[in-house]
Design a protein around this ligand. Structure first.
Ligand code: CP3
Length: 344
């Protein structure tokens, strides 16, 4: 099979596939004993920045689950570290940014970033993974979208309400524009670096954009996401993903992407019809279903496949990442069920 005939890449281009391709966000991670074994030896950032170890983690789910694509093992926040903001992953609390960005002066103080040097370890991981995969399945690269990255920089860590971010965008439009412009440029360079190293598709994670109203998304986010997507190397499928985006999907489509990622809060069939059949869709099983019985997983997969009704351009995925409590056997069963039912 040539790479371009891989079911995952065909689906991204809305071409017919022999079965529905499936990969899972966070398919490599703490639910896997192989991952936990490596994590016992490295800190999280250390693991992301070690090309041999990160390549091994990227390949673990390909060997174990039979998924139709590999996703680079890295993190959306890696790209922020060279800005000199003091990124740390603390056990339990997740990421911390010790010098958050909350004014124009803060934006102007950010270090300048030469992506090729600062993130060369990630590009090296891509090259190692590509070699080891030897064309078995395509490799997906990724980055955070400007809004989701900005939310971490402004809040200083994870947030529920994003109040500091929303105040900055309204009260200090010049600071917001400067920050989002910087992030757009760095992100485009970072993703193009992954593509140059061999990534065959890329996903832009705008995980938290669903916190915004459609008007705020239109004014404060879409121009910058569009700027990133327009600068990406042509010919490489772009998956544009967010959660809680039921009211924003038309704006995400307008910003760009060959594939729109859907979470489980929408009905995939009618939502795709509304979006139009000029885009592919990815999704959208609730990741919590994987904690239920295999019979229940089968029922929920059937529902999604029935709703899609073999329209070309469906990539099966979860609506968000695999939970760390998920039994590995259930994830293997999910991949088998999607392949079995969709090939009928
Ligand atoms: O999907 C994959 O398999 C590739 C790897 C990947 C990770 N993070 C590894 C990771 C990807 C694509 C991401 C993206 C990411 N990182 C997002 C967007 C997607 C999403 O989940 O919404 C976000 C918001 C982050 C930032 C981040 N990284 C947070 C908030 C946390 C802490 C929360 C948590 O689950 O612990 C991380 C840590 C992280 N990123 C882990 C993994 C495997 C767990 C870290 C560990 O091993 O301790």
């Amino acid at each position: 099979m040539t790479d371009s005939a891989a079911p995952f890449l065909l689906a991204c281009r809305r071409e017919a596939t022999p079965f529905t391709p499936v990969w899972l966000m966070r398919q490599a991670g703490r639910y896997m004993p192989e991952y936990r074994a490596l994590r016992a030896r490295y800190g999280f950032l250390e693991l992301c920045k070690n090309p041999e170890a990160a390549a091994e983690v990227t390949l673990q789910p390909v060997e174990r689950l039979g998924v139709d694509a590999a996703i680079l093992f890295a993190d959306i926040l890696l790209v922020l570290e060279p800005l000199g903001i003091g990124l740390e992953f603390t056990t339990g609390d997740g990421p911390r940014i010790h010098r958050p960005v909350r004014s124009l002066a803060d934006v102007e103080r950010l270090d300048s970033v030469a992506v090729d040097e600062a993130l060369s370890c990630v590009f090296e991981t891509v090259r190692l993974v590509k070699k080891a995969l030897a064309g078995r399945v395509p490799l997906i690269g990724f980055a955070g979208a400007p809004f989701t990255l900005a939310s971490y920089l402004v809040e200083g860590g994870p947030s529920r309400e994003f109040l500091l971010t929303k105040c900055l965008m309204r009260d200090e439009p010049a600071a917001w524009d400067a920050l989002m412009s910087r992030l757009s440029d760095i992100t485009a360079g970072y993703v193009n670096g992954q593509i140059a190293a061999g990534a065959q598709a890329v996903q832009l994670f705008d995980s938290w954009v669903g916190t915004l109203s459609p008007a705020d998304s239109r004014d404060f986010v879409v121009p910058y996401s569009r700027r990133v997507i327009q600068r990406l190397t042509p010919g490489i499928p772009v998956i544009h993903f967010g959660t809680g985006t039921a009211g924003l999907l038309h704006l995400m489509k307008a910003a760009g992407g060959d594939v729109i990622g859907l979470d489980w809060r929408v009905e995939i069939g009618p939502t795709w019809t509304r979006l139009g059949d000029d885009v592919a869709v990815q999704g959208n099983l609730d990741p919590a279903v994987l904690l239920a019985s295999i019979g229940e997983i089968r029922r929920r997969v059937t529902e999604i496949l029935d709703a899609v009704a073999k329209r070309p351009g469906h990539v099966f995925n979860l609506g968000h990442g695999v939970h760390k409590e998920t039994p590995v056997d259930h994830v293997i069963a999910l991949v088998d069920i999607v392949h079995e039912l969709s090939a009928r």
